[in-house]
Design a protein around this ligand. Sequence first.
Ligand code: LCS
Length: 387
Amino acid sequence: MEIDTKVVHGGQHPDPSTGAVSQPIYQTSTFAFKDADHGARLFKKEEKGYIYTRLGNPNIDLLAQKLAVLEGAKAGLVFSSGSAAIFGIMFCIAGKGNNIVSDNIIYGGTYAQFMKVLPKTGITTTFVDATQVEELEQSIKPDTKLIFIETPANPTLKIIDIAKCAEIAHKHNIPLVVDNTFATPCLQRPIEHKADIVVHSMTKYLTGHGDSIGGVVVGKEEVIKELKVLNDLGACYNPFGAWLTLRGLKTLAVRVERHSKNAMELAKFLETHSKVEKVYYPGLASHPGYEIARRQMSDFGGMVSFEVRGGREAGKTLINSVKLCIVAVSLGDTDTLIEHPASMTHSSYSDEECLKVGIKPGLVRISVGIENIKDIIADLERGLDKI
Ligand code: LCS
């Protein structure tokens, strides 16, 4: 099946007990056993069945299975957020006293987790520019347990060659972890490029309507089994959230097609605008990652960033002048969202760190929605005129 058929049917069948095409919501914390022996057999894993929603639930399991199918992985595990999913990987795969190597442009919340939370568990992070293959390879030390990248990266849309990073990781017998939130499996499937573990904030395109927070990890069965111990830590998801994401996934391909088409038009408009200094969109030939993006993605996605002439103040004027675009963080929603990375999503980077990795003070990020592009452009044109 092609990916746009898989998002509709992949891993899913009508409910076996009722024939319901949309799986009913199993909003229950616990499941009744037939008798004492049945309960004991389930706990001993001698028989399959549901025990308690923290350990497993039909909606949550179906979602994990479906996302594994979409990414071409063997298994998956869903979490209460993308951040929890990332922490799960670091805690279980890297572990105490070890190191991870991460690209230096990542979501600000992930950066904060690597800088402030992981050290509490004894994990250190080495930040590199993963587009520089030699730098990446040299950064790997004997205690390095994994490489982590986002591509396209938040917020500069930096494109990293997944296959090259995987080659380096495997040379050193460590896994490559790819955060595929920006691309979605409709546009990029990192496992096809030899990545080992894929993580998503489901909060974004996968759920797609800005109404639920969640995260997922997919990979080999042994990796997911390792992460399953996190159930004992309390890491789990909820049936209604899973149902919302399963519903959102049905339209993922059509939404992403529209997001990408709108983003390309917006990027082209911004590139010719006199108030705009630079546009960051991997679908533009001027983007340094354009060739790699063409190779590893089937389209360029719905995220566009740009620098306005006049720096932070000009960016602020623009953000305060738009009417249709909603001033908010998050991304991948039906609605167009606009934000200022340096003071919002990436405020965990100091001003110096922002400058070092290229998150300029005048950078504005737009999650291009599925509205009519003429209305989005008209709104931004009005805002740019106010600068
Ligand atoms: N990975 C990426 C690439 C993200 O953009 C985010 C959140 C996360 C992981 C974390 O996922 P969460 O825990 O929020 O589900 N990115 C956000 C952003 O750019 N604005 O608000 C949240």
